[in-house]
Design a protein around this ligand. Structure first.
Ligand SMILES: O=c1ccn([C@@H]2O[C@H](COP(=O)(O)OP(=O)(O)O[C@H]3O[C@H](CO)[C@@H](O)[C@H](O)[C@H]3O)[C@@H](O)[C@H]2O)c(=O)[nH]1
Ligand SMILES: O=C(O)[C@H](O)COP(=O)(O)O
Length: 295
């Protein structure tokens, strides 16, 4: 896809940071598309050698949906590798995913979504060819089913150098029971630390360059991963956009299981944010020390 078809609804609101720490420059609402920190096409990219995309799917007990998710992911243009990281599932996820055409690696015990993402990126790096641009990394959830193909619009902005990371904006999900507490907490924290207010700060469907991924590691633990990644990337001057994607996933309802899940998300988001607040303060104090020393 190309990026001039209006798919990037949040482009003008996107931070185009200058890498000088918290509050790094937010682009004015000019209507113009932003420009990624790292110019594209990358080294090793040319017409005969176009940049490829790896889809990475962290999956815990997704046997019911992983086959359709994998098949749909394989149909996304430029994708030549679909990797499922089975995060210690107790069901048949790994076998179902392999039968559907994915490369599968497995954690022998459950380590959480962020760890599965790091494992996935490491495996893709081992498969990236020498002398070729590293693959773009497209992270998607295992429960998207057929709708996973609709993450395709995330690739264009990153491939074409409009953004370093493109994040999916999902339509309202049937049966979703959240009250916006975790989402609001994550959004306010990102806004406070970077100046950007994302619409869906927890959205895990994200396409990014290898360079941006490395800049965001080590990832925040568990469910804090998206919030931590967005803060780290924007603080380092990388450019994010939110792109509407017509996705369906298993939304958490309002039952006990859903509440426990949200409580865990809340804890992980707070841990990710507090670690980054602390880092911001330490960096600021170090900066003051350096200023004094140079006078
Ligand atoms: O220990 C775990 C738990 C989950 N998953 C996988 O992570 C993905 C997301 O999990 P899900 O149960 O669908 O969580 P949701 O609450 O629906 O996730 C929303 O919120 C999360 C942040 O809290 C984001 O990571 C997701 O992308 C976003 O869809 C799925 O593929 C899971 O199989 C793991 O790999 N390991
Ligand atoms: O259902 C959701 O969107 C997430 O679990 C976050 O919950 P929240 O609605 O309480 O922010």
């Amino acid at each position: 896809m190309n990026t001039d078809q209006g798919a990037i609804s949040m482009g003008a609101e996107t931070t185009s940071g200058n890498g000088d720490g918290a509050g790094a420059g937010v682009a004015p609402r000019t209507g113009a598309l932003p420009v990624a920190k790292t110019p594209r096409p990358p080294v090793g990219h040319n017409r005969r050698n176009p940049q490829r995309v790896a889809v990475i799917i962290p999956a815990k007990d997704e046997a019911d949906r992983i086959a359709s998710t994998v098949r749909a992911a394989r149909a996304i243009p430029h994708v030549d590798l679909v990797l499922v990281v089975d995060d210690g599932s107790t069901d048949e996820t790994q076998h179902v995913a392999r039968d559907a055409g994915a490369v599968v690696v497995r954690h022998s015990h459950n380590r959480g979504k962020a760890a599965a993402m790091e494992t996935g990126a490491a495996v893709v790096a081992m498969r990236d060819a020498d002398g070729r641009a590293p693959r773009l990394l497209l992270f998607i959830d295992g429960d998207l089913g057929d709708s996973a193909v609709n993450t395709a619009p995330l690739v264009g902005p990153v491939r074409e150098g409009v953004a370093d990371v493109a994040i999916a904006l999902l339509p309202p999900q049937p049966g979703a029971g959240g009250r916006g507490i975790v989402v609001g907490t994550a959004r306010r924290a990102i806004q406070h630390l970077t100046g950007w207010s994302p619409t869906q700060p927890l959205s895990g469907m994200r396409c990014l360059t290898r360079e941006a991924f490395e800049a965001a590691t080590p990832l925040a633990h568990g469910w804090g991963v998206e919030t931590g990644m967005t803060i780290d990337l924007l603080r380092r001057g990388y450019v994010a956009v939110e792109v509407p994607c017509d996705l369906r996933h298993r939304a958490s309802s309002n039952d006990l299981k859903g509440q426990v899940h949200r409580a865990t998300q809340y804890r992980d988001v707070l841990l990710a944010v507090n670690a980054r607040r602390l880092r911001g303060t330490v960096d600021a104090v170090r900066g003051m020390g350096k200023d004094r020393a140079s006078h």
